[in-house]
Design a protein around this ligand. Sequence first.
Ligand SMILES: C[S@@+](CC[C@H](N)C(=O)[O-])C[C@H]1O[C@@H](n2cnc3c(N)ncnc32)[C@H](O)[C@@H]1O
Length: 230
Amino acid sequence: MSTTLDSPRVQSILDRLFQDADSGDPRIIARVRADWERRGPSPDPEGLAHMFADAYLPVSREVGRLLHLLAFAARARTVVEFGTSFGISTLFLAAAVRDGGGGRVIGSEMHPEKVRRARNNLDESGLGDLVEIREGDALVTLRDVEGPVDFVLLDGWKNLYLPVLRTLEPRLRRGALIVADDLDLAPDDLRPYLEYVRRAGSGYGSVEIPLGDRLEVSCWHGRDGGEGEA
Ligand SMILES: C[S@@+](CC[C@H](N)C(=O)[O-])C[C@H]1O[C@@H](n2cnc3c(N)ncnc32)[C@H](O)[C@@H]1O
């Protein structure tokens, strides 16, 4: 049986979006790096979002396929995404939700123009009815997501992975999967997150996967006597 991900409609949009990313992102990343070398890295999340306003910064195709198969295998009905950009990872996740029989993907994106373009891409793919994209700072917009949450993708700014996870933790279903992308990109920013999910007694089982820019896949077991959805 073929999947929604393999449908010509979804594949042609993904091909176009990955091509755009491949042709535009390297120039933008080089410009931002040069700027950081002159003036130091931008400290505030909005400043960073502005600098990367035209950059996709997407998950790789292989990571996208892994997201699709994990979310499908988990029969995820509620998926939360931190960092939607133009919606490439969202497409993989929404295809998995469609293939699993339905549900919703709640994306989050700080940059208004990216929200608009991600919305268009998802509508064009025929998966828009499954997706809500919350505009603004995910630390605020994801606060009232209704649980149980079955699957989380962390792919926004790296120093916020831990606070975003802590915001969602009380609503995680036991057995929920959390995928944190880009371990190679900002090791210092990611250290607190990795220490948290790998710590004995954290409530998570966690393993690193050497795919794309490396990712961490964690499973919420729950804590003895702790909070969280059953
Ligand atoms: C690496 S890109 C996401 C790529 C996307 N997941 C994909 O695969 O196509 C990170 C995105 O997160 C957004 N972002 C970063 N911090 C955020 C925050 N606190 N709230 C909402 N969005 C944020 C940025 O604007 C940027 O578009």
